[in-house]
Design a protein around this ligand. Structure first.
Ligand SMILES: NC(=O)c1ccc[n+]([C@@H]2O[C@H](COP(=O)([O-])OP(=O)(O)OC[C@H]3O[C@@H](n4cnc5c(N)ncnc54)[C@H](O)[C@@H]3O)[C@@H](O)[C@H]2O)c1
Length: 303
C-alpha cells in the first residue's frame, strides 16, 4: 500500500493526544474516526477538537469555512467493528500501559483489513513491547507526536521487525499531515527530543534543588549564552510542575535514589503552594508576564 492510498485514519483513545492527532490529520484531508470507550468521552473530545479548530481560525491558519470542513471529516464511535472496518492507518493514543496497548492492538488486528498500518503514540514505551500482540509486527511502529499547537515534529521509531515499506508509509503519512519527522535507527524510550530535554531538565533541577544556583540564574545562564527566549525552568512551567514532579518521584522510588528524591522534594514545595506552572498562573514564574521575558532579566550590564 502506498501512502497515497491512505484515506482513513483511526484514532484509538480520544484524549488529549488523540484529539490533536485527529484534528491535524483531518486538516490535511484525511477521514478520521475517533474511537473511545464511552460516548461521554467522545462528546468531550468533539468539544475540545472544536476549540483547537477555533484556535487555528483565530490565528489565521484556517478560515472559518475550512474549519467547518475539517470538523466534518471527523466521526466518532464506541463500536470497535465500525471503527476499524475501513482504517488504512491507526494511531493509538490510549493510556500508557503496555498490557492495555497490547490488548487493544490484538483486538483491532482481528477487525482491521490486512493492509492497515498500526502506530502507537506511546511516550515512554517502545514498540517491540507489544509488536507481537499487533499480529502484524511488520506493519507496526511508533509514530510519536508532540503538542501539534506548538510544534510540528514527530518521531518515528520502528522496532527490529518493522518492514522498510511500513517505515516509508509512515514517513510519507507524517509529511502529508504537515509534520517534520525523524526516523530512529534503534528503539530508545523517550525518542530523540525528549531524551535531550530530560537530560537538560535534570541538570538544571540538580543545580537549583541542591542550592548551587537559583532558578533565575540557571535560566539566565542558558538564555544569555544561547540567546534563546527561555531557559529550562521557564520550559518546565509550560510542561507543568506536576508532570516534572511525577517523573522525579517515579525514579526516586524505582532507583531508591537520593538524587531524584532531592529534586522531587524541591518541586513538591511549589505544588504544595498551588504553583503548577503556566496552567495555574504560577510555577517557577508568575504569568502572564514571567520575569524571564522582561528585557532586564538577562541583561544586567551597566553600560
Ligand atoms: N499528553 C502528552 O503530552 C503526550 C504526548 C505524546 C504522547 N503521549 C502518549 O499518548 C498516549 C495518550 O496520552 P493522552 O495524554 O492523550 O492521554 P489521555 O488520558 O488524555 O487519553 C487517553 C484516552 O484513552 C482512552 N482509553 C482508555 N482505555 C481505552 C481502550 N481500551 N480503548 C480505547 N481508548 C481507551 C481514555 O478513555 C482516554 O480518552 C499515551 O501513551 C501517552 O504516553 C502523551
Amino acid at each position: 500500500m502506498k501512502t497515497g492510498n491512505i484515506k482513513e485514519l483511526l484514532i484509538i483513545g480520544a484524549g488529549k493526544m488523540g484529539q490533536q492527532i485527529g484534528f491535524i490529520s483531518a486538516m490535511h484531508g484525511y477521514d478520521v474516526v475517533l474511537y473511545d470507550v464511552n460516548t461521554d468521552l467522545l462528546d468531550r473530545a468533539a468539544g475540545r477538537i472544536k476549540k483547537i479548530s477555533d484556535e487555528f481560525v483565530m490565528s489565521g491558519r484556517l478560515t472559518r469555512e475550512e474549519g467547518e470542513i475539517v470538523l466534518s471529516r471527523i466521526k466518532s464511535t464506541v463500536t470497535p467493528e465500525e471503527a476499524g472496518a475501513k482504517a488504512d492507518i491507526i494511531s493509538e493514543s490510549a493510556p500508557e500501559d503496555p498490557e492495555l496497548k497490547g490488548k487493544i492492538f490484538a483486538q483491532f488486528n482481528k477487525i482491521c483489513p490486512p493492509h492497515t498500518v498500526f502506530t502507537t503514540n506511546t511516550s515512554t514505551l517502545v514498540p517491540s513491547m507489544f509488536a507481537e500482540a499487533t499480529g502484524r509486527p511488520d506493519r507496526f511502529a511508533a509514530l510519536h507526536f508532540h503538542d501539534i499547537r506548538m510544534t510540528d515534529l514527530v518521531d518515528i521509531m520502528p522496532h527490529p521487525g518493522t518492514s522498510a515499506e511500513t517505515i516509508e508509509i509512515i514517513e510519507n503519512f507524517a509529511a502529508s499531515i504537515g509534520q517534520n519527522y525523524v526516523t530512529m535507527k534503534k528503539e530508545k524510550s523517550g525518542y530523540v527530543f525528549n531524551t535531550m530535554l530530560s537530560a537538560w531538565f535534570e541538570s538544571a533541577e540538580g543545580l537549583a534543588a541542591n542550592g548551587i544556583a537559583s532558578v533565575d540564574d540557571v535560566d539566565r545562564s542558558w538564555m544569555s549564552v544561547l540567546r534563546v527566549p527561555m531557559g529550562p525552568f521557564g520550559m518546565m512551567d509550560i510542561v507543568g510542575l506536576e508532570t516534572v514532579w511525577k517523573i522525579n518521584d517515579f525514579w526516586a522510588k524505582k532507583l531508591d535514589s537520593k538524587k531524584y528524591r532531592t529534586v522531587a522534594d524541591f518541586i513538591k514545595k511549589y505544588l504544595d503552594e498551588g504553583k503548577y506552572g503556566l496552567k495555574s498562573g504560577e510555577g517557577f514564574y508568575k504569568y502572564p508576564d514571567p520575569e524571564y521575558a522582561k528585557p532586564d532579566f538577562v541583561s544586567r550590564k551597566k553600560s
